[in-house]
Write a new protein. Structure first.
Length: 206
């Protein structure tokens, strides 16, 4: 998982509440277990018409938001089913941070497991950032996880809270597997002791 320390990028305004995971990535695209290739289907029903043509009025089909790395939305982002494909699709598109007043719990957890930083800020602050984002490519937003601040294009810094343990995992780029591998030496030592002390046990090759 890619570490998240500081990100400065284009923010896409999505002033919608209750954006569920089926809206983020429709169920018909869940046939794969690969984490790549889903970005093209992100917000599929919002981005494309019934003939598969781009809807020109949808933000991610407009410049400069095709290259957005930050998404700003309203309450209850990521509600609905627990599909992990939702953060996969966001990440494959290029989104590394979502800012909203709050998130559905499972979606929030899945974001941290996949290297996407969910930032909770009050609705009025999100609305300010949405207005900033509407200014386009010159209105870059910075997310500084080390200092726990969002920096507006004006230079104003807005503090946000994050669980300290999850913050450390994001800064270190550690998902569940990465956390386990940090203890690789201890695991190898345990296995060696078990093999020596219980030589009668059969060896299983994986």
């Amino acid at each position: 998982m890619q570490a998240f320390t500081q990100l400065t990028g284009i923010a896409a305004p999505l002033p919608l509440a209750n954006v569920d995971t089926d809206k983020i990535i429709p169920a018909r695209f869940l046939k794969t277990i690969k984490r790549t290739g889903l970005g093209v289907h992100l917000f599929d029903t919002l981005r494309y018409d019934e003939n598969g043509r781009e809807r020109t009025d949808f933000v991610l089909n407009q410049e400069p938001y095709r290259k957005a790395e930050i998404l700003i939305a309203h309450e209850n982002f990521g509600c609905g089913s627990s599909r992990e494909h939702a953060p996969w699709a966001l990440l494959d598109f290029g989104i590394r941070c979502v800012i909203a007043p709050d998130f559905a719990d499972i979606f929030n957890n899945n974001c941290f497991k996949n290297g996407i930083l969910p930032v909770r800020l009050p609705r009025e602050v999100c609305d300010q950032l949405i207005e900033d984002a509407k200014l386009g490519g010159n209105a870059r937003v910075t997310i500084d996880l080390e200092r726990q601040v969002v920096v507006r294009p004006s230079g104003e810094e807005i503090s946000f809270e994050i669980d300290p343990f999850r913050r450390e995992l994001m800064l270190g780029g550690l998902d569940d597997i990465g956390q386990t591998m940090k203890h690789g030496a201890a695991i190898d030592g345990f296995e060696a002791r078990e093999k020596a002390e219980k030589s009668w046990m059969p060896t299983i090759s994986v």
